[in-house]
Design a protein around this ligand. Sequence first.
Ligand code: NAD
Length: 358
Amino acid sequence: MKIAVLPGDGIGPEIVAEAVKVLNALGLNFEMETAPVGGAAYEASGHPLPPATLKLAMESDAVLFGAVGDWKYDTLDRPLRPEQAILGLRKNMGLFANFRPAICYKELVDASSLKPELISGLDILIIRELTGDIYFGQPRGRRTADDGHFPGSEEAFDTMRYSKPEIERIAHVAFQAAQKRSKRVTSVDKANVLETFQFWKDVVSEVSAQYPDVALDHMYVDNAAMQLVKEPKRFDVVVTGNMFGDILSDEASMLTGSIGMLPSASLNSKGQGLYEPSHGSAPDIAGKGIANPLATILSAAMMLRFSLNQEAAAQKIEAAVQKVLADGLRTADIYSVGTTKVSTREMGDAVVAALAAV
Ligand code: NAD
């Protein structure tokens, strides 16, 4: 079981160190190799995704990824910015399906900005298509170094597109995930305005005929954004495109209290996956030892489940996380009066200790 460990920037190294600690405590036989990515790689070698890092990722069974990015790179040409590393990994590894569960732990009901009755028991799975849509269209702008046609332009644009096979494969993933849950899928689109999403809606409907046991409904993205805060428990599996999924999954993650709690998995058709917290590199709190490592630790659990075929170990990590929360341990982002505030490292240590007790 070979794992590529790519810590990245900001809080990335701090939170990945805790997840590695938890993986090592399981006593399984992992081969882990670390490589630079994002701004750290740009500083070291002039590129956010050096060939050696990409090669390591492609040759591994799974990638454990921290986060990339910092405001100080915002003036670089786009292909050199840290965020291009994650896009490059997604594209090269063919990671087309992004799973973002938004689960509200009962111990954290009060950390949400919504009323407890709206979110208690919440368990949504957002499935975001990850390698198409406007993020992989044709960009044109002042900083698009790979396209020299528009220097000094007074306009910029990006093109939105999806092919039928791209929509079909993510729809299958969503329907199959729903079959293991409450057998409901909401497909989110903007078919009333965008041709790309009329096509999306038509293709998802076509695929749904193969899953008569799963109920499908369609919702416009603006309404979905509203319903997520009005009545989030109406959703179970939500499937949507790359850009809408990016925005809605962040919104869904905040429903549960903190973005620091939510893991994600990005899978290709071979079962290889990249596992990362749903949040970014949080430069505002980097180096302070206060970041919440639980999203990364829970991402490691998803890695064990989806790419390494170690379901029992995945459940063990999830139970250990539940235990530390039940014991009242909280990093600053989820702290409330009456609980015990701990650092990033103390939280990782507590999860390791809890592994022995679950
Ligand atoms: P962010 O997710 O990094 O941070 C948003 C807010 O949440 C900040 O206040 C931060 O302190 C807090 N936060 C995030 N993770 C936390 C954690 N584990 N514990 C406690 N608090 C946490 O988003 P941003 O500020 O918009 O972006 C910062 C940088 O991250 C940018 O350069 C952006 O491009 C990059 N980014 C990277 C990824 C990725 O690597 N996949 C994803 C999103 C953003």
